[in-house]
Design a binder for this molecule. Sequence first.
Ligand code: FAD
Length: 386
Amino acid sequence: MDILDKADLVIVGAGFYGATIAERAANEHGLKVVIVERRGHIGGNAYSETDPDTGIEVHRYGPHIFHTPNDAVWSYLNRFTSFTDYTHRPFSVFRGQAYSLPINLATICQFFRRQLSPDEARALIAGQAAEMAGREPDNLEEKAISLIGRPLYEAFIRGYTKKQWQTDPRDLPASIISRLPVRYTFDNRYFSDPHQGMPLSGYTAIFDRMLDHENIHVLLDCDWFELRDSIPRAVPTVYTGPIDAYFGFSEGRLGWRTCDFSRSVVATGDYQGTAMMNYADEETAHTRIVEYRHFHPERDYPVDRSVIVHEYARSAGAGDEPYYPIDTLADKALYLRYRALADREPNVHFGGRLGTYRYLDMHQAIGAALKEWERLRTSEFAHGRK
Ligand code: FAD
């Protein structure tokens, strides 16, 4: 393919990691970049689209809320979009009651049906967590109880965790959680980052602008594995696909969890009064319901219908989208073996959440790409075959 013969850099994947490197390479270095994307659209998992029945913007691969403590990432992304002042305040349903999340003073007061001061709430939770005092937690359940006590654990963590992992928390390692956020104030913001919001014109518009450069060519519906033999070996590659797939799963498959999304249109202008409602009871099959209109209250959406998405979690099989790394000890060891192979791979840079087998928030994927670009642009790699 002519376009590949002329490329200075090939990028596999048009998510935030790949798009950031492409944008920098073209704008800062004038490199000719080809992005190869398996899906029929840019944006990776942050892709958003307009629901045809309601005109409401939906995130196809699950709800994405932008937040970051990183000033450099914030100012970089603001070149391509402005943000609304959306502040994420989710809720959790337990036994028919809706509670504010993350667990905060309002949740605690409502749950224990008392008005408590911050000190009283702290003392109450510490007293409940004391049942684990002097004992090393053996599993996730014990670890959670040692952090927030049994009543809150049984209400907000047990059922939800069981659904997410399809495993009883007593059979999950304690190492999965290091902390459980509890706020002893009435601050119910989910993220405490100084920068947060929703992109004014949606996520996909960010990618349209990032990749709008005469030197950037995007090949959609194109699996890099089917193309790799036709790419000249001298062309450097940034690979943001799954690292185990790159090596043909030679060492085994890394474990991922996936989600199933079930979208429906409801005949009301407001189904649940908020963007995200979690379901903590294990009897309810879905983990959460997302009502997308609430991410953009500033928009003129229809008043007689709304779009909602039920979300279900499960382990990923071979053909599923990989969403969250399971990251057991066996996975960690396997990843290190792939990492060692990757380090020996000439002219290929592995990045992004799939290429490094890590859960990355969007700002972390962008931050990692900006940092890596700083390193690459001064290396021979950035000069490609120039
Ligand atoms: P991706 O976006 O996954 O992009 C990788 C791309 O590579 C994909 O488009 C894929 O199709 C392509 N690809 C893979 N293999 C090949 C191949 N062989 N050939 C060609 N193309 C290939 N982050 C937040 O900051 N806030 C949130 O609220 C948030 N919510 C999330 C909710 C869910 C359900 C999930 C799963 C993630 C969420 N994230 C959130 C994380 C966010 O999605 C990631 O930070 C972001 O997607 C990382 O970008 P990336 O470029 O590394 O990977």
